[in-house]
Design a protein around this ligand. Structure first.
Ligand code: KIV
Ligand code: NA
Length: 266
């Protein structure tokens, strides 16, 4: 299948064709998700929560992100692969953001980077874009700022907050962003931003009128007991995996595994 490129995202918005995106953190999962036909894979800093067991994304480092980003980029044939710039790797300014972005591009093989914030990171988005590094912005609930935002809360509620969010969206577009993730934003606010932007919006907890949707793959596949309200469980893979392991353990205990079929007889 033909590789998804940056210009295909704008073309999809133009045609009114929805864009699908999932997170991925390793090669085996990326291979399966890429084969599903998903348009974009995000090596999210949600790896901190999902794979490293942290309660926030704050401890994740650039060094943490590089091996999984390389694994996903290497395993992916079609989807456009994006990596998150983790907390602390771009906030200081354009110079820091560019250094981090260049390192990601050189060492991983991803096609784009993502960072959180609007007007406050416009200079960073401009510097990365000017260097030929496509940037996805992330607005609304931005997990790297969760302490400042007071926890996982819907953002852009009320006319004033909605106005600020729309201004941020226009600022990242102006700075050269190729798309904007909108996280935990009221449906009407996300719809309005989607309408005023040329670049695609990709929603997570932002309603059905965004140009695309993103979910954390372990939420989408039902790998864990709890999922956020905005995430739909398309399978119960956690239960299936535990059940498979239970059967394996029981077979080993009983001595019914390995049988002849799984042994070298000579
Ligand atoms: O890290 C992540 O998984 C994300 C998505 C939720 C957009 O940033
Ligand atoms: Na993220």
């Amino acid at each position: 299948a033909k590789k998804v490129r940056v210009h295909h995202l704008a073309a999809a918005k133009e045609r009114g064709e929805k864009i699908s995106m999932l997170t991925a953190y390793d090669a085996v999962t990326a291979t399966l998700l890429d084969a599903s036909g998903v348009d974009m894979l995000l090596v999210g800093d949600s790896i901190g929560n999902v794979m490293h067991g942290h309660t926030t994304t704050l401890p994740v480092t650039v060094d943490d992100m590089i091996p999984p980003a390389r694994a996903v980029a290497t395993a992916t044939k079609r989807a456009l692969v994006v990596v998150d710039l983790p907390f602390g790797s771009y906030e200081a300014g354009a110079t820091q953001a560019l250094a981090t972005g260049v390192r990601m591009m050189k060492e991983t093989g991803v096609a784009a980077v993502k960072l959180e914030g609007g007007t406050r990171v416009a200079a960073q988005i401009r510097a990365l874009s000017d260097a030929g590094i496509p940037v996805v912005a992330h607005l609304g609930f931005t997990p790297q700022s969760e302490h400042a935002l007071g926890g996982h809360r819907v953002q852009g509620r009320g006319d004033e907050a909605a106005e600020v969010l729309a201004d941020d969206a226009l600022a990242v577009q102006e700075a050269g962003a190729i798309a904007v993730v909108l996280e935990m934003v009221p449906v009407e606010v996300a719809a309005r931003i989607t309408e005023i932007l040329r670049i695609p919006t990709i929603g997570i907890g932002a309603g059905g009128q965004c140009d695309g949707q993103v979910l954390v793959w372990t939420d989408m596949a039902g790998m864990t007991d709890w999922t956020p309200r905005f995430a739909k469980r398309y399978a119960e893979l956690g239960r299936a995996l535990q059940q498979a392991a239970e059967e394996y353990v029981a077979d080993v205990k009983k001595g019914t595994f390995p049988d002849e079929a799984h042994s070298f007889l000579e």
